[in-house]
Design a protein around this ligand. Structure first.
Ligand code: SF4
Ligand code: SF4
Length: 508
């Protein structure tokens, strides 16, 4: 246990690595506007609708902020036009993962006027109930901007009567990435107000904003914003030691509270909810300013880009456009990575459109890339275990996935792996461990989806069988009723005849 520079008790998480952060490279300039490319390809997101229903037709003119796809439930994120122009319809674009994959995007040709719909703030939001706040955030297309893109409404909705603390994650620990730091420097009030919005939605009584210990300017500006908004009693800014990956949700929770989120559990089980600072700023934009999510800040950096910096980019902007804003590549460029050097994904080319999770484009030169070494067998050295911040057994996970024992990998808590890359970094056998984990998770998700679909089909079949049986029984009951009705007059006639007979016999 230790104490932060701001006097808060801090704890530590297992494993992790101390890395050079290289953030200053992209913090020399304020955030710049990336402008509008000739065409935008807006990804519909990782948490897309099963059957997305378009609200506009190809060829229609749209305005920035206009809803293109409505959210059908808390897990489906609404998609909005990110500028004004002509809506072109569906297109397929490259996806970052898995290699060679494609994703469905909505194509838009900007008209250059960048006209927007009327903003729709939530009136009296400070008195609004959780459902009104969450529904508004959902309609504005909010999802996690820290990278995971998890739908914000799904994370906020629920019976959180035990929730006491909201944690805002500003501990952007991956080297080279500075988009969150620059956001907090430039818009501290939006982060603080967004914290209040999200806290109200879940009934949290306090907000902890975790930032890295070298973010002095950020700390000062956030505290000034708290004073200006009179929130010092609710919101605390806490500096944490820069050990990678302390920006992981579970790791930051452990550092700030000393509590470990259990395997197969959620932060909510501990009375905590964690959101990224960029998500908080977007919540403020949505609720207070009435703006849908149409842009994000992207760090374009690395030793092989001419003028590193941070750009405000519309969702759907091709990566190549942003690299051009940064002066283009240097002659020695060898690789473009989406994300940071530890957990990022090497891109096949720079056509990928920016989505809500695209925090960084990192251009590396040949000398920055570890020469690819032959992969050797695991020697069971245990180094990966020592650095794993999630207390997993990375070598056993690797063996289970390699042996196609995916259920065993699940039992070894594969889904607790945050793909931080610490294990692969230290592995003396150069095993691309994270690729194995991503592949294993993809297969398990597909398997789960197949099982859910099969269960749904089985339930539908059983429901149909029951419906048919019920209809058959109802038909038979109706037939019986009709038969009885038809028989009834005959029976009545017989009884009348018998009564006449009895009367006649009495008279004689
Ligand atoms: S670090 Fe590599 S070689 Fe060592 S146990 Fe882990 S997977 Fe095996
Ligand atoms: S990538 Fe996964 S298994 Fe490897 S160190 Fe990080 S959390 Fe642990």
């Amino acid at each position: 246990m230790s104490e932060s520079a701001l006097g808060q008790r801090l704890w530590s998480f297992p494993g992790g690595l101390e890395l050079r952060h290289h953030k200053q490279v992209s913090c020399q300039h304020p955030i710049r506007d990336a402008g509008l490319p000739e065409a935008l390809f807006i990804p519909i997101g990782r948490y897309a609708h099963a059957t997305p229903r378009l609200l506009v037709q190809p060829g229609e003119q749209v305005l920035r902020g206009q809803t293109l796809i409505e959210s059908s439930d808390d897990f489906a994120v609404a998609v909005h036009a990110t500028t004004s122009g002509r809506f072109e319809g569906w297109v397929e674009c490259n996806a970052a993962w898995p290699p060679g994959a494609r994703q469905r995007c909505l194509a838009l040709t900007p008209d250059g006027r960048d006209q927007s719909v009327e903003p729709t703030p939530l009136a009296e939001w400070a008195q609004a109930g959780p459902d009104a706040l969450i529904n508004h955030l959902r309609s504005m297309g909010l999802s996690g901007l820290g990278g995971a893109q998890f739908p914000t409404a799904a994370k906020l909705r629920g019976d959180w009567s035990g929730i006491h603390t909201l944690i805002l994650n500003g501990a952007e620990c991956e080297p080279w990435i500075s988009c969150d730091e620059m956001l907090m420097r430039s818009r501290p009030e939006a982060v603080v107000q967004g914290g209040l919005v999200l806290a109200r939605a879940i009934g949290a009584r306090q907000v902890l904003i975790g930032i890295e210990d070298q973010m002095n300017t950020v700390a000062r500006r956030l505290e000034r914003a708290c004073t200006a908004l009179d929130t010092e009693n609710i919101i605390k800014v806490i500096k944490v030691q820069s050990i990678y990956p302390e920006g992981g949700e579970r790791q930051l929770i452990q550092v700030l509270t000393g509590q470990e989120v259990p395997h197969d559990g959620l932060p909510q089980d501990l009375g905590l909810v964690c959101h990224n600072v960029a998500t908080a700023a977007a919540a403020s934009d949505a609720v207070i300013d009435g703006l849908a999510v149409t842009e994000r800040i992207v760090t374009v950096t690395g030793p092989a880009v001419i003028e590193p910096g941070n750009w405000r980019a519309r969702l759907g902007t091709p990566a190549s456009w942003l690299v051009a804003r940064a002066g283009g590549y240097k002659d020695n460029v060898a690789r473009l990575v989406l994300g940071g050097p530890m957990s990022g994904i090497a891109l096949a080319d720079d056509s990928l459109p920016i989505d809500r999770g695209s925090n960084c484009l990192l251009a590396l030169a040949e000398e920055d890339i570890t020469p690819s070494q032959p992969t050797l067998p695991c020697i069971n050295c245990g180094q990966c275990v020592q650095v794993c911040p999630a207390s997993l057994l990375p070598q056993l996970l690797f063996r289970a996935i390699e042996a196609v024992q995916h259920d065993q990998a699940r039992e070894l808590h594969l889904f607790d792996c945050i793909e931080c890359g610490c294990c692969a970094q230290v592995c003396p056998s150069h095993i691309p461990l994270v690729d194995y984990y991503r592949h294993g998770k993809d297969l398990l998700r597909l398997k789960d989806m197949d099982e859910r679909r099969a269960a749904l089909a089985r339930r539908r079949f059983e429901a149909r069988e029951q419906r048919l049986a019920r209809q058959q029984a109802e038909r038979e009951a109706r037939r019986e009723q009709r038969r009885k009705k038809l028989e009834a007059p005959e029976k009545a006639q017989d009884e009348i005849q018998a009564a006449i007979e009895r009367a006649r016999r009495k008279r004689t």
